[in-house]
Design a protein around this ligand. Structure first.
Ligand SMILES: Cc1ncc(COP(=O)(O)O)c(C=O)c1O
Length: 484
């Protein structure tokens, strides 16, 4: 079963426009006013015809689409009406507009066919957003604006913490979106969570904290990043509430790096009880929690979990970046640092690179101030929710009995295959031979982990970088290869 065969009325109500479709609509939105309406209709028609908007997809309300594209609502309403009349779209019985089933989709585009891993027919490795969603036009506009307005003195060496304008914009953004306590004086603009991690490693080492607990399973990056600062990592297991605080105490460490909002890679959100226990532990050892909020902006089915830092900004250092929301290649992130570590962190940042590039900082500040960043987050959220839904329904259809978890947030899920597919080594060998690139959960354990025979093979499946059509095709290939 594919969703193209699904009755539109049965599809999830908050249906999105796919990212590929957005790619087609955006240039039309910036066409000259005289031809904008026609361009928008042509682009929408093309999105349906090319299969980028699959039959049954519910379109956003005319108000939302108009706001996201920066065009008048009337233009969108007119486009919906025109395409409904032509049979490309249909109106639901209640409110809502859907992609009709009358159009035969053309071949997938070359972009959709290009695998990320050479030789791979389907690549589900987690960690990368859809780079084609990068808002090139808005970014170029912000760049022009910044070059026109940037005072000469801002082209000199910056404050190592970052431009005051960006720190103020980040304080507002992060307080509003993530519930942190953000004092612009204690924000350091960094080149990503990776640099924030190394800077904190140096600061901890200087305070006589040479060992840091890390979640296991957890991010494979932490070991090398802390090692660069002379800090050793100690794996600490998880239970269903989050990192095990008992095991943290046993490990004898005074700092831990954690992903409480959406644990990487299991996808669990730490329970309220565990969050409180973790903070109690940090206070009892005069220690720190380093909160890696790597994908905190993407929540689909539940209210966002506020950042842990908001509960105790003197014990929790909070790091985030634009790597999942814009592009990892921008190398732009932020660190909210506890008072007692601030001086050491800022001094390290200064000696490391004399501060972050100022034009990039001013550009991002403008992007945030003008609401472009919120718009981008909404756009990604819609696209990724659609892909998450496509993955969950494809797993259900092609690999029945698979238990899918960690679906409420982020850019990947955990899929536990039923026993009938055989042991992990066999499954991975079959998938590899069929050109399906996946990583098992055991790859993310910091100590050598055996596959859990109780729950079968557990795969970490990234979906954000794949179109819904590629996701369905990839899962179909996976099922064909896995047998069972
Ligand atoms: C859990 C986690 N933390 C941190 C990072 C590094 O992020 P950044 O690009 O912000 O340095 C990644 C990158 O994929 C990640 O998955």
């Amino acid at each position: 079963m594919t969703s193209s065969g699904t009755n539109p009325e049965q599809r999830p109500p908050a249906g999105p426009v796919g990212s590929a479709a957005w790619e087609l609509l955006l240039p039309a939105a910036s066409a000259p006013a005289r031809t904008r309406g026609r361009s928008l209709q042509a682009a929408l028609r093309e999105a349906v015809r090319s299969g980028r908007l699959v039959p049954g997809t519910r379109l956003p309300s005319s108000r939302d689409l108009a706001a996201d594209l920066g065009v008048s609502r009337g233009l969108v309403t007119e486009a919906y009406e025109q395409l409904t009349a032509e049979g490309y779209l249909r109106s639901g019985r209640g409110a809502g507009t859907w992609v009709g089933g009358a159009v035969r989709a053309a071949r997938p585009s070359a972009r959709d066919l290009a695998p990320r891993t050479p030789g791979s027919r389907a690549d589900f490795v987690a960690g990368t957003p859809d780079l084609s969603l990068f808002p090139r036009a808005a970014w170029a506009g912000a760049h022009r604006g910044v070059l026109a307005e940037l005072p000469h003195q801002d082209l000199g060496y910056p404050d190592p913490r970052g431009l005051p304008r960006l720190r103020a914009a980040l304080a507002e953004l992060l307080t509003r979106r993530r519930g942190v306590v953000a004092d612009p004086e204690r924000i350091v603009v960094v080149s990503g969570v990776a640099q924030a991690t190394t800077l904190l490693g140096f600061a901890l080492h200087a305070r006589g904290v040479p060992r840091v607990g890390v979640e296991s399973p957890g991010s494979p990056q932490h070991d090398a990043l802390y090692a660069a600062a002379g800090v050793t990592t100690v794996p600490v297991p998880l239970d269903e509430d989050g990192i095990s605080v008992g095991r943290l105490r046993d490990a004898g460490v005074r700092a831990v790096v954690a992903t409480p909002s959406h644990q990487f890679p299991t996808g669990i959100a730490y329970s309220a009880r565990r969050r409180a226990e973790l903070l109690d532990w940090a206070r009892s050892v005069d220690g720190f929690v380093l909160e890696d909020d790597y994908d905190g902006d993407f929540r689909y089915d539940r209210a966002p979990v506020g950042a842990l830092q908001g509960l105790d900004p003197d014990r929790v250092a909070y790091a985030g970046s634009v790597s999942k929301s814009l592009a990892p290649g921008l190398r732009l992130g932020w660190l909210l640092v506890p008072q007692s570590l601030a001086e050491e962190v800022v001094e390290r940042k200064r000696t490391m690179d004399l501060g972050h590039p100022t034009i990039d900082q001013a550009l991002f500040a403008r992007f945030v101030e003008r609401g472009d960043y919120d718009r981008q987050l909404r756009r990604c959220q819609r696209a990724y929710r659609e892909r998450r839904d496509a993955l969950v329904s494809a797993l259900d259809a092609y690999l029945p009995g698979t238990q899918v978890s960690g679906i409420a947030a982020g850019l990947h899920v955990i899929a536990a295959l039923p026993h009938r597919y055989g042991p992990q080594d066999t499954v991975l060998a079959r998938l590899g031979a069929a050109g399906v690139t996946v990583r098992p959960l055991t790859d993310y354990a910091h100590v050598c982990a055996e596959p859990d025979e109780e729950s079968g093979v557990r795969l970490v499946l990234g979906y954000a970088h794949l179109s819904p059509a590629r996701i369905r095709e990839g899962v179909r290939l996976m099922a064909e290869a896995a047998g069972g």
